[in-house]
Design a protein around this ligand. Structure first.
Ligand code: SF4
Length: 214
């Protein structure tokens, strides 16, 4: 039987985050997530969705004619079929990335895929779900992302980054939680601490607001 995946949406947009920021990118949003971060902007992907075969997903992705594909959610790795999907996208020649919550083992992901792994801060409400074993698996071109909701979150993340020597292993991204922390404040905190992390904002939200399918 063909591999099937439950999808909330597939769309073409501009990558708003991480190293691939700015590239036209096809987003494949898988349905479902076992976490409930308080700032979640994709709660519409928790339930519902539509079943696609792997071949149907590849057809839809190809129809957009983009080089970059981002597999996201929800939590995409919560569906086992995400692993063969990632491999199939790499085989088809795309530059593939995955955005994952950090709560699930990332080791089965095809090594051609760039993994962007969250570390959940205390104010996300999901800190207990962090799977720190994932950090040791990341290559230098891969990324750990902290969404910062408060000054307390910043201090927690700063201490975490230093304790784990994360900047020596991979790229570390700090992003202000949308409408919870001023980007300017977070940028200043990073500068003041001389913290070797990359500040980023969610570019797509500055372009289009908090709109699904963008
Ligand atoms: S892991 Fe991502 S999709 Fe899941 S609740 Fe948190 S922000 Fe939302």
């Amino acid at each position: 039987m063909s591999v099937r995946l439950k999808l909330t949406e597939i769309f073409l947009s501009i990558q708003g985050e991480a190293d691939a920021v700015g590239w036209p990118t096809v987003f494949v949003r898988l349905t479902g997530c076992p976490l409930r971060c308080q700032y979640c902007d994709t709660a519409y992907a928790f339930h519902g969705g539509e079943w696609f075969t792997l071949e149907q997903v590849l057809e839809r992705v190809a129809s957009y004619g983009a080089r970059h594909v981002c597999v996201t959610g929800g939590e995409p790795l919560a569906q086992k079929a995400c692993i063969p999907l990632l491999t199939a996208l790499c085989d088809a020649g795309y530059r593939v990335s995955i955005e994952t919550s950090g709560a699930i083992d990332v080791s089965p992901v095809d090594p051609r895929v760039t993994r962007v792994v969250d570390m959940k801060t205390p104010d996300s409400g999901e800190e207990a779900r962090n799977r720190t074993d994932n950090l040791a698996l990341l290559r230098a071109d891969e990324q750990v992302k902290f969404v910062i909701c408060s000054r307390g979150d910043f201090e927690w993340a700063r201490d975490f980054v230093r304790r784990e020597a994360l900047p020596d292993r991979c790229t570390v991204l700090f992003s202000p939680s949308y409408q919870q922390v001023e980007g300017r404040d977070l940028a200043q905190w990073i500068i003041d601490e001389r913290l070797p992390v990359r500040f980023q904002v969610q570019l797509h939200k500055y372009l289009w607001g908090d709109t699904p399918g963008r």
